[in-house]
Design a protein around this ligand. Structure first.
Ligand SMILES: CC(C)(COP(=O)(O)OP(=O)(O)OC[C@H]1O[C@@H](n2cnc3c(N)ncnc32)[C@H](O)[C@@H]1OP(=O)(O)O)[C@@H](O)C(=O)NCCC(=O)NCCS
Length: 180
């Protein structure tokens, strides 16, 4: 199991099937806020759904297509951070994240992203990381902005949120520009 230490209290642990009840617990408790920008939340209605998600991400990790981590604060799994759309030819991948309501606004996601990006540039030999978010998701935007990402563009009607087309912003970080 891959583990990345972020600081004295926060760590990233690659998701394992036994984490499913904790992942589902966070989704269920924070359903109202998470569903605002994450359409899949409405379909994640049972622990089994989180279990299947973890199994899928394990298969993708075996194929080097993605890696999903639980974000842990001490002994609590408080959210999920992942690398996906891993393109080996271009040596690039995207980062996605969500965290339970009770743990938001504490800097856990920013610090975790910083550690994962450093790991990806150093250990996975990536050359570029992208973060994509729905235009209206100001809280999500703050993560790449604070980490020094560059805005690369807005993709119009590139996602669907609760039946409506929405625009997506792409921000990128190159290995050469990353401040370790
Ligand atoms: C997006 C999300 C992961 C951010 O988590 P977080 O815990 O707020 O992240 P952090 O605390 O690490 O950093 C967020 C920064 O945004 C700032 N922020 C907080 N609320 C904000 C708001 N409403 N508008 C703008 N900025 C805000 C914070 O001040 C913080 O900066 P600081 O460290 O200088 O204080 C979290 O809100 C979440 O899970 N949202 C629901 C799911 C989601 O939208 N995921 C992203 C999909 S692309």
């Amino acid at each position: 199991m891959l583990e990345i230490k972020v600081n004295d209290t926060i760590s990233l642990k690659q998701l394992q099937p036994e984490h499913a009840p904790m992942v589902f617990g966070q989704i269920h408790t924070s359903r109202k806020t998470l569903r605002r920008f994450l359409p899949w939340v409405d379909y994640n209605t049972h622990e089994e759904h989180s279990y299947r998600f973890i199994q899928l991400m394990q298969r993708k990790a075996d194929d080097q297509e993605a890696i999903a981590f639980g974000m842990w604060e001490n002994k609590t799994l408080c959210g999920v951070l992942d690398l996906h759309n891993w393109d080996h030819q271009l040596q690039k991948a995207e980062i996605g994240y969500w965290i339970g309501e009770e743990y938001q606004g504490k800097g856990i996601v920013s610090a975790s992203c910083r550690a994962l990006i450093t790991f990806a540039f150093k250990n996975l030999r990536l050359n570029k990381i992208e973060i994509r978010f729905i235009l209206q998701n100001e809280r999500s935007a703050m993560i790449p902005i604070k980490l020094g990402f560059t805005k690369e563009g807005t993709l119009r009607h590139s996602a669907k949120l609760h039946g409506q087309y929405v625009d997506t912003v792409v921000m990128g970080m190159l290995k050469a520009d990353w401040k370790y």
